[in-house]
Ligand binder design. Sequence first.
Ligand code: C2E
Ligand code: MG
Ligand code: MG
Ligand code: MG
Length: 256
Amino acid sequence: MRRRLRADLRGAIRRGEMSLSYQPRIALADGRLTGAEALLRWNHPAHGPIPPATFIPLAEASSLILHLGGWVLREAAREAALWPESAGIVSVNVSARQIEAGLLPAQVAEALAESGLPSDRLELELTETLALEERPETLRMLAALREDGIGLALDDFGIGHASLARLRWLPFTALKLDRSFLAHIPEEREDMAILRAIRDLSHALRIRMVAEGVERDAQRRCLEALDCEEAQGWLFGRPVPAELLRQRWQAPALAG
Ligand code: C2E
Ligand code: MG
Ligand code: MG
Ligand code: MG
């Protein structure tokens, strides 16, 4: 099955089976839309939708992820360039393989040039759980992207083993707290203490804190009281095709 899927993955872009969904990200203070995260979707002709947790690792096991990652950047930039400026930033998940292959700067430059999207409206999400070697070239590459105005987010913060070291090592602009920390708040006092510590850390480092996977209003209130800047989750909106997201800009601010 895995081998079969991997073979199918090869032609998936060409056959038009890949698309991006966008999940809104909002400012907790006023419910205003601050941007959206692009999430890759594969609609397999025989098996239907295949979750990224299944096919991204398959793509990462070969050089396919380089091609796929380049496509995601171009497609996300192309769609975001059509949004009003008030729609904010588009975040794109990037694989460690794109960084290690040294391809990321060229892929980003191409996506921005083709689309005309301003660099400060693009943010790259690097997942903390992926092994990323701390090489000087990597630091130089990401620092250069940052200097060009591109945002850098540390995704799934808190569940990897290198969280703190990595925060110090790379010029991050956002920290995306893994949703496992929110599952039991506000009831769980230990989780609340951890959230407070992460909030203090992000504020001290002047990195925006974004909570992922907010599903319940009690979680939202709790994060708001903690002074967490932004949030994403089903409570505010599921990932949707670009056309549906567009309707959100006309609608008044949610939450609050
Ligand atoms: P991620 O970047 O941490 O994305 C957040 C995931 O949480 C998404 O799953 C999203 O649909 C889900 N989610 C959002 N809000 C909620 C919520 O309130 N509750 C729950 N239970 N889940 C929520 P998705 O779309 O299945 O993506 C899974 C992972 O696949 C992503 O995690 C990301 O690591 C990876 N991925 C997705 N698209 C790409 C891509 O274009 N490139 C790369 N390299 N990885 C991607
Ligand atoms: Mg992400
Ligand atoms: Mg995440
Ligand atoms: Mg994740």
